[in-house]
Design a protein around this ligand. Sequence first.
Ligand SMILES: *Cc1c(COP(=O)(O)O)cnc(C)c1O
Length: 534
Amino acid sequence: MIERKEIKYYSSRGAKEALTSAQAIIKGIAPDGGLYVPDQIPKLDIDLTTLIGKSYKEIALLVLSKFYTDFTIEELQYCVDKAYDSKFEASEIAPLKKAGDAYFLELYHGKTAAFKDMALSILPYLLTTALKKEKENKTIAILTATSGDTGKAALEGFADVAGTEIIVFFPKDGVSKIQALQMTTQEGENVHVYAIDGNFDDAQTGVKNIFNDKDFAAELDAKGYKLSSANSINIGRLVPQVAYYVWAYVKLLEQEELQTFNVSVPTGNFGNILAAYYAKEMGIPIGKLICASNVNNVLTDFINNKEYDSRREFHVTSSPSMDILISSNLERLLYHLAKGGIALDDAAANEASNRAGGQVAALMKELAEKGSYRVGEPIASGLKDFYGGFADEEETLNAIGQMYKNNDYLMDTHTAVGYKVFQDYKKSTGDESPTVIASTASPYKFPESVIEAIMSDRASAGSQALVAGEAFAESAEADSKSPQGFEALDLLHEKTGVSVPKELKILREKSVLHEELSDKTKMAEMVSKSLKFF
Ligand SMILES: *Cc1c(COP(=O)(O)O)cnc(C)c1O
């Protein structure tokens, strides 16, 4: 028997309305622009060693049941069974592998070869179950902005799911070739995919504006549609991610005795690392939460200086899923830190929630108006659980090359950012606790960069494996040809022998079905068009 204490969901910006998780999953985003947050983060309250030997599904069910208390265990069991099945190429779902001085939690064995599958393979089931529970008979139009991986994972999850339409916007030049192809080849009667002439923040802002447009919502309502989101602002995305940090701890326990462990998370929209924070608050003994950014290092500065300043140059990097200057899920952390963790009676909890929401609303207003905000207490000291760092392009490729050379382990560019910042953390603190790196994508999703990293002399720096001339020849060869897309993928396979995810193997035979470009100011029109309003 799993003990459950009722959890309600509030807007992070203080709206007083309390929702069930089913209602929050359907709505996606709160009417005041806030994100839905649980009124408290539930405690696991069990002897954690009893989890040893449990399957991924069993652990996911446990975590979901603590947060989604309005769903029955049977409903959640159904969702978990549908999500975590043989569409994952690894039977363990998320294998934990040791390489060098770190553990890698491989979250990329789902259909799209990136960690978004962990949540997006279950979200359609949570959502359709929620619709049934709420006796909602409108068609749900899922609207999603993507920096590459969310879009494809959402398309895979929702394709041909009855009662839903799925509309995805991606930045034209902000995703890898393979990522773009994964989306533009998506089959399904209810799928709509558009490239926009802007970056990820433009896409995300456009989607948020559509959600906040009351007239548009009324028009949709009249036509029998209701908008929802598959972005990590949906609480139906966040909670399934908590499960794999509990899982990682259990897998670690099976391998070594430990007091605490750290996690390092390559971060963009702050969803994945927030899930790790929730796991820590649930009672998993996580020490430091290492927040790793690429050169779009707004979060590094925030954690170190307590000022969030998005007014800076935007960089397109080799880790495009982290090319983000406005990290939506940070808002949830601000809310929890502003509120404090103490369990309160209902009236006091309500008051604390309103106060925290008011504080967050003021910060988000500042962000929207001037592009920055500074946090005071208690948020500032609450950030002590986090370490912020970043890796530039050269450091990212070096990390891939060195790891491959020394440990025969292949990281993608995002994972490499997480690993490099973990190295910096270790150097600056001397903390030798076991550390889990969230491995967020298959190296085959970004083969151009990974091949460059392992074929240039980076991989042999400090070693004698290649003589200098050979290393130079190899790197010159890589430069002159610079293999792209499938050519890079094939070459990477030829050089490393690491197996290629099945879905990427068959991608090259698929036809491109979606080629439309959208002006970033015309996204609402594209939505109307997709839903056949005109
Ligand atoms: C989305 C994504 C990230 C960033 O995750 P957030 O939850 O947005 O912080 C990192 N790596 C990869 C490969 C991703 O797809």
